[in-house]
Design a protein around this ligand. Structure first.
Ligand SMILES: Nc1ncnc2c1ncn2[C@@H]1O[C@H](COP(=O)(O)OP(=O)(O)OP(=O)(O)O)[C@@H](O)[C@H]1O
Ligand SMILES: [Mg+2]
Length: 286
């Protein structure tokens, strides 16, 4: 992970959290990426140099196990974000890129995007997107999202191995809710708040289990490859230390790990003279 990549992720977080969602002026068509996750929907707008211009995040459970379970809800959220972005930018958004977890059908996200009246720039698998955002060509990307953990080994910028496990931040929230006799929504909110680390002891066994699941997948894989944790769940303060200790290998977590995959999805849509189709990803013919 390069310092530049980490800085750019911080700037993504900054535009997403900007209360008025105002956009700095820029020329050329906006480059837009859409990530439909199990916990949230993220839409990012970049300029042609890959600089974040605008961003939206909405907590919503429209996807489960890599499958869009609430098509109408997903479409409605996406369209609302696009309408807001168009207002801020003062121009139309006609195209965007989207992603999919390896081993799932890319058309599930593509159909939501098309139904929201957008054409597709690029379709990219999520770990390749995260690696693109991190400037990583060789390494192990572990994406711990809301409902799933994706483990991908990249070599030469290509995914060589990938697996998906049904564990994620949702399980931490369930344990916090049970231990504190509070609702799931309340647990989810308090976990994400700045004081979330107070729950570390309660969720420690879940984090250790996540690490042991990951360990089983990467056992025997080149130990010189860096391990990067992305997705929202590693944002819990203290998560990395427990995970590292259980895994027995060093890991790094970008400052705003939740945005690595959405940023990479958006970056995949940038077309250059030497790369007229955007990132070299499958299913680009759409
Ligand atoms: N600051 C935080 N502290 C702890 N957990 C966090 C924080 N921010 C987000 N999360 C958790 O991260 C998860 C969402 O992460 P992410 O956006 O990567 O998931 P997703 O892409 O929607 O899901 P998936 O990849 O499983 O489809 C949620 O479980 C949320 O509670
Ligand atoms: Mg995700």
């Amino acid at each position: 992970m390069t310092e530049r990549a980490d800085d750019r992720l911080s700037r993504v977080a900054e535009v997403v959290r900007r209360p008025d969602h105002s956009a700095a002026s820029f020329s050329g068509d906006p480059v837009v990426g859409v990530d439909l996750g199990t916990a949230d929907v993220v839409l990012l707008v970049l300029n042609h140099s890959g600089e974040p211009v605008l961003g939206y995040l909405e907590w919503a459970e429209v996807v489960r196990d890599g499958v869009v379970v609430d098509f109408v809800g997903a479409r409605r959220i996406l369209r609302r974000m696009v309408d807001q972005a168009e207002q801020s930018l003062g121009r139309k958004i006609r195209t965007c890129s989207t992603g999919y977890p390896p081993g799932t059908d890319p058309d599930l996200s593509v159909n939501v995007v098309r139904d929201a009246d957008l054409k597709i720039d690029a379709v990219i698998d999520e770990p390749t997107a995260a690696a693109l955002a991190l400037g990583l060509s060789d390494g192990i990307v572990v994406d711990i999202g809301g409902g799933t953990t994706g483990i991908s080994v990249l070599q030469g910028g290509k995914v060589q191995y990938s697996a998906d496990e049904a564990t994620g931040g949702r399980h931490l929230s369930l344990v916090i809710a049970g231990a504190n006799k509070i609702s799931y929504d309340e647990a989810e909110r308090r976990k994400r708040a700045p004081g979330g680390a107070e729950f570390l002891n309660v969720v420690r066994p879940v984090i250790e289990k996540m690490a042991s699941i990951v360990e089983a997948h990467i056992r025997g894989i080149d130990t010189s490859l860096p391990i990067i944790l992305v997705g929202g769940t590693p944002q819990l303060a203290g998560f990395g230390e427990i995970f590292e200790e259980s895994l027995g290998r060093k890991v790094s977590i970008p400052s705003e790990s939740l945005f690595a995959t959405p940023l990479g999805i958006a970056l995949a849509g940038i077309k250059t003279p030497s790369n007229p189709n955007g990132a070299a990803v499958p299913a680009l013919s759409r």
